[in-house]
Design a protein around this ligand. Structure first.
Ligand code: GCU
Length: 444
């Protein structure tokens, strides 16, 4: 018996020893590797969002913003047929769009992603402001028996009002984590802003969850052989249509939802998502991927989010395809930054928004003047307008207008909502408007 056990342990340890460790590449090396796979020498460079006098300064002139004004039609099939019924949308056209986004833009979720087991690591009764709450710290352990050299533990917290007599709606935020060495004033500002929206959520009798995307997948190119993407690939670099970080972050949110569905304090039919900037992009992907999410606040998501890829305003396809951001995307996306153009993309962001239909989506932004031009506020509005026919086909109201609203005006009557607040690159000022919108859809 002891000998057999010893033999088993030995076999296990040598199996482990034979596993190749994760490949180590810098973002630059991995980016170059993808270009080689694509047979591309070099990409067109991105624009400079910081220095308006740079030769490649980002464009903020609306008259130059629409070099490719004709968008792919979300309601025409690949073989040219007009989609006129909800059944054709669900059975024919939507799957075509899903496939294009998977292959060319965000990459595919692998077939064999391992299972996640959730553990409550602590439960605390505390006060959030003046509100008695219960906060659970949770950890979603990804089964790594296929490649034990990579650990993935999904970080999540759930806070619900202690006084709740029945399951409550929950807003789950994709949260940034900054190193403590970051500027103290900046961190304090973020902490205060987070406290405020959380108070607004609690004041409605709802709960909130905080999901940490980078616990699922690191936010850089060098990390692509680690995290969930690296685990599934056993530490090897990605294929051209493998998922990027945005899709992996969205996948993690779905696993968080698996947990929320089991928590008796949560009304799983009323779980909304919120994310800002890169996490606004990821929230849109999560809405497309998982119909269990009821509503979303997509804040300043910009390029590779709600902004049309075909727009020349602020951040461009070329920036997203460069070494600082390409890891968000599928390798295939790089080719649209050279030799192909934005106009060659088989889909555009209005169709990503449409994948959330008929569920409500609130698209928020700051203003160009206050420094949120990089995310192209108007390009995101145009995408929402162009997504509207899909909502209408499904019996809902989309934007309801194609007239760009003035700063501060909330277009919230339909299932697609839009508002530019009067500040810069922040989600904070739009929270009250989003929550009002959510309250209407959740039914108070
Ligand atoms: C950079 C990047 C954007 C991104 C933003 C953020 O500005 O260019 O695409 O949205 O970071 O996530 O804060």
């Amino acid at each position: 018996m002891a000998v057999a056990l010893y033999g088993l342990l030995w076999a296990l340890s040598t199996a482990h020893a034979e596993l190749a460790p994760p490949v180590t590449l810098t973002a630059e090396e991995d980016h170059k590797r993808l270009l080689q796979l694509l047979g591309i020498e070099a990409l067109r460079p991105g624009v400079d969002g910081r220095d308006p006098n740079a030769p490649n300064a980002a464009n903020y002139d609306e008259t130059k913003a629409n070099p490719y004004p004709t968008l792919p039609d979300p309601l025409r099939t690949k073989d040219g047929r007009r989609v006129t019924t909800a059944a054709e949308w669900w059975q024919v056209r939507r799957p075509e769009i899903v496939e294009d986004f998977a292959r060319e833009i965000y990459g595919r979720i692998p077939q064999n992603v391992p299972a996640v087991s959730w553990h409550v690591t602590s439960t605390t009764r505390e006060k959030h402001g003046n509100v008695p709450v219960v906060t659970k710290q949770l950890r979603g352990r990804v089964d790594n028996s296929s490649y034990p050299l990579i650990d993935v533990d999904i970080e999540l917290t759930l806070t619900t009002p202690a006084a709740a007599a029945k399951p409550v709606p929950v807003i789950m935020e994709f949260q940034f984590v900054f190193p403590p060495s970051f500027d103290a004033g900046f961190l304090e500002g973020l902490r205060r802003a987070a406290h405020q929206w959380q108070q607004q959520v609690l004041a409605r009798g709802w709960g909130f969850a905080l999901y940490t995307p980078v616990s699922v997948q690191p936010d850089d190119g060098a990390g692509l052989t680690r995290g969930i993407i690296g685990l599934v690939n056993k530490g090897q670099p990605r294929k051209l249509d493998d998922w990027g970080a945005l899709r992996a972050w969205a996948w993690g949110a779905s696993r968080a939802m698996d947990y929320l569905e089991t928590d008796l304090h949560v009304d799983a039919s009323r779980v909304g998502l919120a994310g800002h900037s890169r996490f606004g992009k990821a929230v849109l992907v999560a809405m497309a991927d998982d119909p269990r999410f009821a509503i979303a606040y997509v804040s300043s998501s910009g390029a590779a989010g709600a902004k049309l890829h075909r727009r020349n305003f602020g951040e461009l396809v070329e920036n997203i395809a460069s070494t600082y951001a390409y890891h968000w995307m599928a390798g295939n996306y790089l080719k649209y930054a050279g030799p192909l153009t934005w106009n060659d993309l088989p889909v555009d962001s209005h169709e990503l928004i449409a994948l959330a239909a008929p569920r409500p989506v609130f698209i928020g932004t700051g203003t160009v003047e206050k420094g949120d031009g990089w995310v192209d506020p108007k390009g995101m509005f145009m995408a929402a307008v162009a997504a509207s026919p899909v909502y209408e086909l499904l019996g809902k109201r989309g934007m309801g207008t194609d007239v760009f609203p003035p700063v501060g005006a909330a277009l919230v009557e339909g299932e697609l909502a839009y508002r530019q607040h009067a500040e810069g690159h922040t989600a904070a000022p739009n929270w009250p408007t989003f929550l009002e919108f959510a309250a209407r859809h959740f039914g108070r």
